[in-house]
Design a protein around this ligand. Structure first.
Ligand SMILES: Cc1ncc(COP(=O)(O)O)c(C=O)c1O
Length: 391
């Protein structure tokens, strides 16, 4: 068995990457530990890199089509991991999930239509409806026993008159894994209100040992018929830069409408490396993923222990899936601006500002990306602790 080394330090500065090379633009300085945008500081898997290098042996990089083996690799992955028995016609390539959600908004809703989300949530879920003239309806999540839970009374109330629900399953920013029961209840409310559900399951493969992801479409026949699911190897295998994702729709009418719209407009073509990379990842990635998940679980433990020891007043929601932790600094009497200043200019860490996930209610929260070598987490917490203790 091959052993993958997730403790390795990789130099990513000056590689035109968002995480490192956009910090001076976004945070005003570049000497920060980047723990923000959701990609990991781990080597993309060797089998993906090899497949891409091999594709480069052909001298023409013209337009490509998804190869049959690429489709088969996805179908096998969905059957094995999620109990989804998809056939070829039920899948469509999408060049990124944010693009996919934008396309759903354009295809199924009109300006002025209401779109519901549960906050805090991945910022494009808020910005896409707002910027396209839809009315954004936010149903805040509750905090129950240190984790997020859905406020079903609020959701039920606010969902009346909505056309679309964008669900993060598992949930970004805290890596919350929704139970089958939660998803059934959401499906029921959406069905009663005639709401189409967009299930963004980009983080599903990274559900950590001890937790179980349920794909929204599998909870019952209603959910299957009234949803559009997006999935991707981007987060799983740290290949987000390939822009490779998949849309799954079981309902033939919805499929005809959406896939027909995509093909008619020609907005969902893929780059050839997106096909090659995803095919290699899904057909050869089990062992790599298994080792990654155990490493990430260790990172979660490390964050929990280091915070407990150095910063017990910072409350953390630990991820049940993926590598994003939600930190709450409410115990400190610092303003939003003071907190940001402390974390960026004193601790010198780049985190995601909580307000971007749903506004002022989250002004004392930050999202921390712990998809990195373990020692980075320890150093980051120590630096934040030193900065806070020096006040
Ligand atoms: C919930 C969620 N959806 C979508 C994306 C981005 O997907 P893509 O890069 O395919 O647009 C992210 C990235 O962080 C995410 O967390």
């Amino acid at each position: 068995m091959k052993h993958y080394n997730f403790d390795e330090t990789l130099e990513r500065h000056n590689t035109d990457c968002v995480k490192y090379d956009m910090m001076s633009q976004l945070y005003g300085r570049e000497d920060l530990i980047p723990m923000w945008v959701a990609d990991m500081d781990f080597r993309s898997p060797d089998f993906v890199m090899d497949a891409i290098k091999q594709r480069c042996n052909h001298d023409v990089l013209g337009y490509g089509i998804p190869p049959e083996d690429y489709n088969k690799a996805i179908i096998n992955w969905l059957a094995k991991h999620y109990d989804i028995s998809a056939n070829r016609d039920e899948l469509h390539f999408i060049p990124g999930i944010v693009a996919g959600i934008a396309y759903v908004l354009l295809c199924f809703t009109n300006p002025g239509d209401k779109v519901i989300v549960t906050t805090p949530v991945y910022p494009p879920f808020l910005n896409l409806p707002k910027e396209s003239g839809r009315e954004l309806v936010c149903s805040p999540l509750k905090k129950t026993d240190g984790r997020f839970s859905i406020d079903f009374d609020d959701f039920e109330q606010k969902s009346k008159g909505c056309k679309l629900f964008i669900l993060s399953n598992p949930h970004n920013p805290a890596g919350t894994v929704w139970s089958k029961q939660d998803l059934c209840r959401l499906a029921e409310i959406c069905h009663i209100n005639n709401i189409l559900v967009v299930a963004d399951e980009i983080h599903a493969d990274l559900t950590l040992p001890g937790h179980r992801h349920t794909s929204f479409s599998t909870v019952n026949e209603i959910a299957k018929a009234e949803s559009i699911t997006f999935m991707a190897p981007s987060k799983t295998f740290n290949i987000a830069g390939l822009g490779s994702s998949t849309c799954y729709i079981a309902n033939p009418e919805l499929r005809k409408q959406f896939f027909g719209w995509l093909d008619h407009l020609g907005v969902a073509g893929g780059n050839i490396f997106a096909f090659t990379g995803a095919q290699a990842a899904f057909s050869q990635g089990e062992e790599w993923l298994d080792q990654l998940l155990h490493y990430l679980k260790g990172n979660v433990e490390t964050l929990k222990n280091t915070l407990g020891e150095k910063l017990p007043d910072v409350k953390v929601m630990l991820p049940e899936a993926s590598y994003l932790a939600w930190l709450d600094f409410s115990a400190y009497s610092l303003s939003h601006q003071e907190l940001n200043n402390l974390i960026i200019n004193k601790a010198r860490i780049a985190l995601n500002d909580g307000t971007t996930f749903g506004g002022i209610a989250y002004e004392k929260h930050f999202r921390m990306n712990i998809g990195c070598p373990r020692r980075t987490i320890i150093e980051a917490v120590e630096r934040i602790a030193t900065a806070l203790h020096s006040l």
